[in-house]
Design a protein around this ligand. Sequence first.
Ligand SMILES: [Zn+2]
Ligand SMILES: [Zn+2]
Length: 301
Amino acid sequence: MKTFVPQAVPLADAGHRYSPYACRHAVLATMHGKEEAIAPVLRDRLGLIVSSAPDIDTDALGTFTGEIPRAGTIREAAIAKARLGMKATGLPIGLASEGSYGPHPQIPFVPGGVELMVLVDDMRGIVVSEHLIEDAPVFGHGYVVAGDDVTPILDRLGFPAHALIVKPAESEGGAGNIHKGLRDRTALELAVMSAKAQSDDGRALIQTDMRAHMNPTRMATLGRLASALAERLSALCPACRTPGYGQVDVEIGLPCEWCGTPSLMVRHRVFGCVACPHRENRPRGDGLTKADPGHCPLCNP
Ligand SMILES: [Zn+2]
Ligand SMILES: [Zn+2]
């Protein structure tokens, strides 16, 4: 790999801030129009010029609709996707995002989502990622049998602004006849009829189509995530000046207010560099320095 010494270039519209990515080109691997939400944010915040590589079959790495299971962690999947784009275009900077939706990780019976975005920079030899938890995704499903009114399900799933998928609830040979990207009521009802006829139990499954261009709520989430990634990329390591400095971990053990025993609450946020071993403890975001005795293993065993 050839050595590259990054030059900070002042951003015309960003006052006194300097962006390590001003006027650089990056490829975003997406088949689902994610550039619509991501490219303007990275252009305005970093001066990074993002183009998409729509010819890449990112679905080959795994899909939301479950026909092809995704391998590895969500971060590994995003890096693999970014590298596909870099390989296809020859650009040394690649971007990709991955999402995972299901039951909320902290709140029972509520849907939630995790979205992760990576920037792979082969000029500096770094990978910078940022993630967020989506508390209010438009994500869900419902079953319909003969005679059911589909309207309540459609309303709950944000139809027609959010596109839906219809398939047989149970069918021999798995996937069956899947209708994706449905936004038209007539087409949806025809798909429901056909899915019921093909299903072993006579039920059709209606679910949200979570591809970004089909789910405007998810698209907006990606815009917020791009903004968080831009923030991290514009933070330079205090030790080596590499971009991407930010929180990498937390340290638990916030001392009990009464007896000082370490509790299971977060004591510090740990900030770190993606390139060098520099680490630094920073206070909690909420400024708390003592734990409520209710969280203490001695005072409240
Ligand atoms: Zn205590
Ligand atoms: Zn560093």
